[in-house]
Design a protein around this ligand. Structure first.
Ligand SMILES: [Zn+2]
Ligand SMILES: [Zn+2]
Length: 380
């Protein structure tokens, strides 16, 4: 019996917002005893603005009470409660429509004690420093909390230069040690990671991003009951050991108390893994914007996006304006659809349409959809 993830999806597959949740097999979902991991959303991924607005995607990690942002152009449409959850911002490149919203985020979050981390391409730290230097900070050092901005800048050699800017230090740059970014991994948390690749955009790099969840480990409560085992902190230990790759003969201690006294059992990790755990592959959400249509970018994207569950991809121009697209180093809707098709993504959402197509939005969508879904039919 397997557990699958499915998505809130409209028939067209173009809904700009996606919720992901664990779907339980019907008979088990109805079982009176239920299951430890009930049907519930895992995360939301949604465009920050409508198709013609500034590009950006917010991934809201519901259980972790945090969110990450891909690009930070105009974010004034996001409610403050959402902005306050943003822990990490990944900036593809620093053209204004991708970076101008930093001031708004800072204004909303200043005084918060958790800080925010930002990631961007070469020269990003200096550009952030200049933004911060544009204001007078003589009052901010009196705030109760120290708001810390940590900036990461991806070097051409694949390492990241880092610096921090603290409100108590009047946002002066403080250098932090460099870090490796193996395989383009910028952020690696216990439940997900964010990877990047640099792509070509008008003589500068533009970073594409992939949010990749780790495997979900669910515990079947009805199977615990069958074995006469309780729920409790030992399950957290079991999951941690499994995630760490501990061998199957690792003993797991289950200790609990009932009216009849204390119980203590040692059970092999392999047995518990087989009997009470269910493994659900994590989801992959990708974000691609402001890239030239050339063979190098296409090849890199085919690998990077491979098997994505959800892809947000720019579709700035129509194919009829492909020469203009080439001059501006952007994708046409047709090119974007072909890239989505080559990577066999499950759901694709085109965005970042040129304002020249206001009133012709459907044409851009149709061109994208034909290239993504119907290329074979056309070729045949
Ligand atoms: Zn742009
Ligand atoms: Zn750009």
């Amino acid at each position: 019996m397997s557990v699958r993830l499915r998505r809130a999806q409209t028939d067209s597959g173009f809904h700009p917002c996606a919720s992901w949740w664990t779907r339980l097999p019907r008979e088990l979902a109805r079982a009176p005893d239920g299951i430890l991991c009930q049907m519930r959303p895992i995360f939301d991924a949604a465009l920050v603005n409508r198709t013609f607005g500034d590009p950006g995607v917010l991934i809201d990690l519901k259980f972790e009470r945090r969110a990450i942002l891909f690009d930070i152009g105009d974010v004034s449409g996001l409610p403050t409660r959402k902005l306050l959850r943003v822990s990490d911002v990944f900036v593809s490149h620093t053209h204004m429509d991708h970076f101008a919203g930093f001031d708004h985020l800072l204004r909303v979050c200043l005084g918060r004690d958790t800080g925010v981390r930002l990631y961007g391409p070469g020269r990003f730290i200096a550009q952030l420093e200049h933004k911060l230097a544009a204001y007078t900070w003589n009052l901010v050092e009196n705030y109760e909390t120290d708001f810390v901005i940590t900036a990461h800048e991806l070097e051409a050699d694949g390492r990241t230069r880092r610096a921090q800017f603290r409100s108590r230090g009047r946002f002066e740059r403080e250098i932090l040690p460099q870090r490796e970014a193996p395989d383009g991994v910028l952020l690696d948390s216990s439940s997900f990671r964010v990877r990047t690749i640099p792509l070509e955009h008008h003589g500068i790099p533009s970073l594409a991003f992939a949010f990749e969840e780790g495997t979900h480990i669910n515990v079947w409560k009805n199977r615990l009951d069958e074995l006469g085992l309780p729920t409790g902190p030992w399950l957290t230990n079991l999951k941690e050991q499994v995630r760490a790759g501990a061998p199957d003969d690792t003993p797991i201690r289950v200790h609990w108390r009932t009216r009849n006294g204390a119980h203590d059992e040692m059970i092999a990790l392999g047995e518990l893994k087989a009997k009470v755990l269910e493994f659900v592959p994590g989801q992959k959400v990708c974000y691609v914007t402001d890239v030239a249509d050339n063979p190098r970018n296409r090849e890199a994207l085919a690998r990077f996006l491979c098997g994505a569950d959800l892809l947000f991809i720019e579709s700035v121009f129509l194919y009829e304006d492909r020469q203009h697209a080439e001059r501006k180093a952007h994708l046409t809707a047709r090119a974007a659809g072909e890239i989505a098709r080559a990577a066999a993504v499950r759901v694709a959402v085109p965005f970042h349409f040129s304002p020249r197509y206001l009133g012709r939005e459907d044409e851009v969508r149709q061109e994208f959809k034909r290239a993504w879904r119907e290329a074979e039919t056309e070729a045949g």
